[in-house]
Design a protein around this ligand. Structure first.
Ligand code: DX5
Ligand code: ZN
Length: 223
């Protein structure tokens, strides 16, 4: 199943100009993105505040791209229903923000969305073992969450490799997503280690040629 697997590109809205979200969506579509990555921050789980479910709903009204919601919030279970009814395809929450993560995964799926779980750089990938059979996506953070434009933490590469090997061994079906500091120079290693979805905020939106950047990140062009 994963032999000739495809790579999905998921630009993060976080690095776009919030005064012109519609234009940002068009840039992502033109770059042939499969997902729009939407970083929801509450100022509690992370030291930054972004936007809520209305942004997701409004974006779902202007694009057919799949919406990949990354909840960096405390008590994620309180917000799942709102995001599910706003057009999210994937809803990902943090293991570190939840006590009953298994229940929250069932909650997300019960509302018709795909369920993702994420871990910060300081959390070992082994802590996900009970959840891997039931999740649709594992989001490995390669920066400490809260801000765009940070440097990639290399320890994430081993986590991706482990997640890829364990899914092959056990026939699990989750996608592996990597988020934080992804750019044209590290995307080759990230892809080779088994990631499926590459999230990119600043390297994409701050590039003078975001379309070329997207091609480098996907591996359509070699650096
Ligand atoms: C960080 C967010 C990321 C961020 C990535 O907390 O989860 O999605 O937008 O931005 P870059 O690619 O600039 O690291
Ligand atoms: Zn994110």
């Amino acid at each position: 199943m994963f032999k000739d697997k495809r790579i999905y590109f998921a630009p993060s809205l976080l690095s776009a100009d919030f005064t012109n979200v519609q234009n940002a969506v068009r840039i992502m579509e033109k770059a042939s993105a499969e997902f729009i990555h939407l970083d929801v921050m509450d100022g509690l789980f992370v030291p930054n505040i972004t936007f809520g479910h209305k942004m997701v709903k409004d974006i779902s009204g202007i694009t057919n791209l799949a919406l990949d919601v990354h909840l960096m919030v405390e008590n994620p279970e309180k917000h799942i229903a709102n995001f599910a009814s706003s057009g999210a395809e994937y809803i990902t929450f943090h293991l570190e923000a939840a006590i009953h993560s298994h229940r929250i995964i069932e909650q997300i799926k019960g509302l018709g969305c795909k369920a993702g779980i994420s871990i910060v750089p300081g959390t070992p990938v082994s802590s996900l073992s009970e959840l891997l059979p039931i999740v649709d996506l594992v989001l490995v953070m390669s920066v400490n969450p809260g801000f765009g434009g940070q440097s990639f933490i290399p320890g994430a590469l081993e986590k991706i490799k482990f997640l890829d090997s364990i899914r092959r061994k056990n026939g699990y079906n989750y996608l592996i997503s990597i988020d934080g500091g992804v750019n044209r120079n590290n995307s080759g290693k990230i892809r080779n280690n088994g990631a499926d979805i590459l999230v990119s905020g600043s390297s994409f939106f701050n590039s003078s040629d975001p379309y070329a950047e997207a091609n480098f990140i996907r591996g359509n062009k070699e650096v």
